[in-house]
Design a protein around this ligand. Structure first.
Ligand SMILES: O=C(O)CCC(=O)C(=O)O
Ligand SMILES: [Fe+2]
Length: 271
């Protein structure tokens, strides 16, 4: 009975999340560039997980494959936004993509999003461990993931995998308040430019006006982490209309892009 109630609550949560994140289009940016996602809500339950090289390691093995310590950089002008460009080796990127493909979520062309709440598939909790380790060993200051977020348990309990065809992006948005602070996005397959735009209230009272948009290049294999201001006071979006994916004066060649977003649901006051 309790389980059923929980399931129902999760279903409601899912619907609210879908509606809030993708149902409302943004009006200050034309709003037309976004092909609404054909949402794939009826995700089959996990059956027996195949043994993939990504899973079944002892904690830290995958990370140890890396030659160097992950290099974190803070995005200038956006407090709380960190990038780790070389987060996943090409080998781990392929392994992750294979694990996602193996889920069978995207067998139909109209399916381009999968969402999980609660227990994450093994490959995603491995990924979460990798994120935790990469942040924990960082000597960057301030810390890419503040301690009170980094050591919560579980670090993440919600997963979204998005598959973007060329030309498809995502409207400007702030992630739902139903999710806690501390959001991680791993990019796979092809690079894209994500734009960050400050919420109006964020510049009120500050001396110099913030720029309208700060573009951030997301490489395949990179990890982006948002916390604090980056999470609450900036909107982010991806505009992949022709002519809008510019980086250093050149337009990026668009291919399919897969992203993995990890977040944690806010606990209800009742616990
Ligand atoms: O696909 C991405 O890189 C970001 C997705 C995103 O912003 C979200 O799911 O809230
Ligand atoms: Fe988002």
């Amino acid at each position: 009975m309790e389980d059923e109630e929980e399931d129902e609550e999760l279903e409601r949560e899912k619907r609210r999340a879908l509606q809030a994140v993708f149902g409302e289009s943004d009006d200050d940016d034309g709003g037309e560039q976004i092909t609404p996602f054909h949402l794939h809500v009826g995700i089959p339950p996990f059956s027996v997980l195949p043994s993939l090289p990504f899973s079944g390691r002892t904690k830290g093995d995958a990370y140890d494959q890396r030659q160097d310590k992950a290099s974190w950089e803070q995005v200038e002008g956006i407090r709380g936004l960190w990038l780790c460009r070389d987060f996943l080796s090409p080998e781990l990127q392929s392994t992750l993509l294979a694990a996602i493909e193996n889920e069978g979520w995207f067998t139909e062309e109209t399916h381009n999003q999968a969402m999980r709440f609660g227990d994450l598939p093994i490959w995603a909790s491995d990924l979460s461990d990798l994120i935790q380790e990469a942040a924990a060993v960082s000597d960057a200051e301030p810390h890419p993931i503040p301690g009170h977020l980094l050591w919560r348990d579980p670090l993440f309990d919600q997963l979204i995998v998005n598959v973007y065809a060329p030309g498809e992006g995502i409207c400007f948005h702030v992630d739902l308040m139903r999710f806690e602070d501390g959001i991680a996005v791993v990019s796979l397959e092809s690079p894209c430019v994500m734009d960050f735009s400050p919420l109006a209230a964020a510049d009120a009272g500050e001396g110099s006006p913030s720029p309208a948009k700060i573009p951030v290049l997301l490489h395949p294999g990179s990890l982006m982490v948002l916390s604090g201001e980056a999470r609450y006071r900036w909107e982010h979006g991806i505009d992949r209309r022709p002519g809008f994916q510019m980086w250093e004066g050149e337009e990026l060649r668009q291919g399919r892009r897969t992203s993995i977003t990890l977040r944690r649901l806010r606990r209800s006051p009742s616990g």
